[in-house]
Design a binder for this molecule. Structure first.
Ligand code: FUC
Length: 943
């Protein structure tokens, strides 16, 4: 595939990225009588497999990784090629991206935007707000390790497999009567890539191995069984390349001989060989590049040399499977799975292949485990896999869709730990972004625009049409709260609170009052990458910014309460949030993308940013905001289904949230086409961009379980194409691990394990018929209520598992969570308040309830429990309309305690209020398992 430099891509984007970038799709033809090989069957079909080698096609090679080290494995008979990456090898070196001309020109830029002089505003942004340099730097490869194994003649029974259950690529074939097998895996515990070659006839393995690289490198042979590649990253954008790296490959043989000289490793007549690859980098962090890269490479290699292959393999498996095995999924299998993976993709449009959806789902989880681990860099636009010095969009971090999308499946598919690199990056950005905030806006806090790189560039890049977007850092910082909703980890929140606060502080300092509408708005900003008039995207207060800022300011305020600090800041954050522009329905019945009802010149643009409120956020919901919900559907109809890989993936998530199973599944199918999925299942923008893989995994999870609305909604968008199946180990906000088994499109059995005490609200079609609920831990039947026909509510206890099932359904072992909750999950919230055995109740007599704050988009309530309560162990607040319909349920928010008084605050209702005057709402608080039912009525007046 042709490499795409940033500038080429920008030219293409200017012309409308979709059309300009589409390559010719590849093809693959069905094999008559094909059957899945034993390795794929042993993996329960969770394997990519092929009957041909990758040749020179990088998009046929198979990825392995341990978060830091990555390799693409080609599996050619004559030459094995491992294309190597290390996740800190970035072009250039530390730089300060802030442009000191910005702040002095900001007032004039804003004036031009408010005067609708968008083009003139963009000109001034070009002159004064662009980063230094005006583009960011690229993630670059280490090079290749090639094993020249001899001619490929006389070969039969060739297969190549990437087993997702073992994170191992295996290549095996028969050549001249000898069965050769190669296994490759990247070990996180031992920090090496392991290539194991075996043959079933003694002394049959002979090869020469060498490194090569597009970087500036020197090869050598440091000892008789090792070769080395010492290099430095490339110069770019006027910044001198400064990341030094050392790659070592060392052979351990049984039988035969091994020698190394002049950078060539020679193995002759061996019976088995283990090649260990170790890579060290001098990158310490975004501002320091003087690490002992040679020492790091050698130390890891020497340590791995003392470990035999069996132990290397078993440690790798234990480490990997502890993550991967948390989620099991079965969507059914047809004979389509007996074709090689590339054939399955090529035939997908005409085949019934439900297992491919399961494979795609698990591949995303595999890729996240392999590219993002505690202590590594976050997964970039290509995860960690890149063979080019000038990769598309620099293989960096694009924040206006791609980087957040990479992490959508992290919590929902039970890979909480894999999320951590993002929070490390956010803390870095809170430093580099603070300089940009000061220099370009004269503001406190920190800001990051639409991209960042290994050096944590935070300024405007690429040009105003793309780069002049203020809310990149805001989106990333809001993920801190989102992650907390899953884990309940107060220590995590405390550690990351300063970055969250700083992101909010920037907007408290910079939002400006719209001259005619009176709302507080960002200016200048854009609705990502979409021109509202020809060639201009810059505007004030685009809808996505307002949605992101509602989440950010809420998150910062709520976090400040959990952490117990900053009351003044909190009040300011809330007051500011209340003055953000509400979402509006435009003339076409759509969600308006900008403050004005403009019609975008490019109607089918890939970004649908203004539906951020539908997904990933929860500001547009079916039951909470019915009008906006319908407008969201209309918005998607107007934009159409087509788009880049990541755009399709986001649309799976959108349609899942719209509970439209057929459409969500159509989008899954649209993604599984040869122009959107490479033979190795890498998602194609095109070109390759990994966000589509992660977005697809997230979308499939959203089709099976949603938890954004204060309840666990089971099978909200189950397509007819998956009539029977099971999934287990999915995670829901509030700290739940969930399994479900279904047949005929309906749940037979739901199993939920609670991390914390609380009130569990389950929504499923199952509850419209006969069902039973059991506390699996002791076989008892917990008390339940039925707030809606398809909703069951019950009090749950930390560590216990609950099962709801149709009467007579035999428990399905695979839907019961088998692995413990992620280690980051704390027992209760907050840890400073020890659980108590007395179950005091916030009954109507003991509690007072009042609306504390209201605004056009919602309001907050407060319940104060004044007698008999010693501690809160779990609580929820439910808002209902006067007719009893539940409109919102809240688990997040804050409670505090002073003596015997317990206060639950900020139990926000975030839906739309019916227009005009006063609306009566019911406010139901459940604290320590008791509830004030019937609800206390509160009246809210729309302002
Ligand atoms: C944004 C998108 C492009 C591409 C790039 C990396 O600019 O609009 O489609 O995904 O990021």
């Amino acid at each position: 595939m042709t490499d795409m430099t940033r500038r080429n891509v920008l030219k293409a984007s200017a012309a409308g990225a979709g059309a300009a970038l589409v390559p010719t799709a590849w093809t693959a033809v069905a094999r008559a009588g094909s059957q899945a090989p034993p390795q794929a069957l042993a993996a329960g079909d969770l394997a990519l497999w092929y009957d041909e080698a990758a040749g020179t096609d990088w998009l046929r090679a198979l990825p392995i990784g341990n978060g830091r080290l990555g390799a693409m494995v080609f599996g050619n008979v004559d030459t094995e090629r491992l294309q190597l990456n290390e996740d800190t090898i970035w072009a250039g070196g530390p730089y300060d991206s802030a442009n000191s001309r910005g702040a002095a020109n900001l007032a004039e830029i804003r004036r031009r935007v408010f005067a609708d002089q968008w083009s003139q505003a963009q000109d001034l942004i070009n002159q004064t707000m662009m980063g230094t340099p005006g583009g960011q730097l690229a993630y670059q490869p280490v090079g290749n390790l090639r094993l020249a194994l001899g001619a490929a003649s006389g070969v039969s029974q060739y297969t190549r497999t990437l087993d997702l259950t073992t994170a191992t690529v295996t290549t095996t074939y028969l050549q001249n009567g000898v069965r050769y097998t190669r296994e490759v895996f990247a070990s996180a515990p031992d920090q090496v890539i392991v290539l194991r070659l075996t043959a079933d006839r003694a002394n049959s393995i002979t090869f020469n191995a060498t490194f090569d690289s597009p970087q500036r490198t020197t090869g050598s042979s440091p000892d008789a069984a090792t070769i080395a590649l010492d290099g430095i990253s490339g110069n770019m954008e006027g910044v001198t390349g400064s990341v030094r790296f050392l790659a070592l490959a060392h052979a351990v043989t049984t039988g035969g001989t091994v020698s190394s000289s002049g950078g060539t490793l020679r193995v002759s007549g061996a019976t088995s060989v283990t090649v260990l690859v170790s890579i060290g980098s001098s990158y310490v962090n975004y501002r320091t590049v003087n690490g002992d890269y040679q020492g790091a490479a050698r130390t890891r290699l020497n340590a791995a040399r003392t470990v035999g292959i069996d132990q290397l393999r078993s440690r790798h498996l234990a480490d990997y499977q502890a993550l991967f095995d948390r989620v099991r999924i079965n969507l059914g299998r047809t004979a389509a799975a007996d074709q090689p993976t590339d054939v399955r993709i090529a035939q997908h449009a005409s085949a019934n292949d439900p297992q491919f959806s399961a494979l795609l789902f698990q591949y995303g989880r595999y890729l996240l485990i392999s590219s993002s681990r505690p202590g590594t860099q976050p997964a970039n636009l290509q995860g960690i896999w890149n063979d080019s010095m000038t990769p598309p969009w620099d293989s960096k971090y694009t924040i206006n869709a791609n980087l957040p999308m990479n992490y959508w499946p992290a919590d929902t598919t039970n890979l909480s730990e894999c999320f951590r690199p993002v929070f490390d990056m956010v803390r870095d950005l809170s430093v580099t972004g603070a300089r940009v905030a000061q220099a370009q806006y004269g503001a406190g806090g920190w800001v990051t625009h639409h991209n960042t790189d290994g050096w944590r560039g935070a300024s405007v890049v690429d040009g105003p049409l793309w780069g002049m977007w203020q809310t990149g850092g805001a989106w990333l910082a809001s993920l801190i709260w989102e992650h907390y909703l899953f884990t309940g980890d107060v220590e995590f929140l405390r550690t990351n609170y300063p970055a969250l606060k700083g992101a909010a502080q920037f907007f408290l300092d910079t939002l400006v009052t719209h001259p005619t509408l009176g709302y507080l708005v960002t200016n200048p900003s854009n609705s990502p990458e979409l021109a509202h008039h020809t060639d201009v995207s810059v505007c004030a207060g685009p809808t996505m910014d307002n949605q992101i800022l509602r989440d950010l300011l809420d998150a910062a305020a709520r976090a400040s309460e959990v952490v117990g600090v900053d009351a003044t800041f909190r009040a300011q954050a809330r007051a500011t949030r209340d003055r953000l522009p509400p979402m509006r329905v435009g003339s076409r019945g759509n969600i308006q993308e900008w403050l004005a009802d403009w019609i975008e010149p490019e109607r089918t643009h890939r970004h649908v940013s203004h539906l951020y409120g539908l997904h990933p956020s929860n500001q547009i919901t079916r039951r909470g905001t019915p009008q906006l919900y319908e407008a969201a559907r209309r918005t998607l109809e107007l934009r159409g289904d087509d788009g880049t890989g990541w755009s399709l993936a986001w649309k799976i998530n959108f349609w899942a949230r719209l509970e439209d199973a057929a459409r969500a599944h159509k989008l899954v199918r649209d993604l599984v086409r040869t122009d959107r999925l490479a033979p190795n299942m890498f998602d194609l923008h095109p070109p390759f961009q990994i966000d589509g893989n992660f977005g697809a995994t997230s979308g499939i999870a959203e089709m099976l379980l949603q938890s954004h609305n204060g309840e666990l909604h089971l099978l909200p968008a189950l397509p007819t194409a998956w009539p029977t199946g099971q999934v287990s180990g999915l995670r829901g906000r509030g700290g739940y691990t969930v399994g479900v088994a279904w047949s005929s499109g309906q749940a037979d059995e739901i199993v939920v394990r609670a991390d914390r005490d609380g009130t569990l609200r389950l929504r499923a079609r199952l509850f419209t018929g006969a069902f039973t609920v059991t506390d699996v831990s002791d076989g008892s039947t917990p008390a339940t209520t039925r707030p809606e026909t398809d909703v069951v509510q019950l009090t749950v206890r930390s560590g216990r598992t609950y099962r709801a099932a149709r009467p007579g359904v035999t428990p399905t072992p695979t839907v019961t969570p088998t692995t413990p909750a992620p280690p980051t999950t704390p027992p209760t919230t907050p840890p400073t308040t020890p659980p108590t055995t007395s179950p005091p109740a916030p009954s109507g007599a003991r509690a007072t309830y009042r609306v504390t704050n209201s605004w056009s988009g919602g309001f907050q309530g407060e319940v104060t429990v004044t007698a008999g309560t010693t501690a809160i162990r779990g609580w929820t607040v439910t808002w209902t309309f006067a007719n009893g319909q539940v409109v919102n349920q809240v688990w997040s928010g804050v409670h505090s305690q002073s003596g015997a008084n317990v206060t639950v605050r900020n139990a926000d209702y975030n839906g739309a209020l019916p227009a005009g005057g006063a609306t009566t709402f019911g406010f139901i608080a459940t604290v320590n398992g008791s509830t004030n039912n019937p609800p206390t009525n509160l009246t809210c007046t729309t302002t």
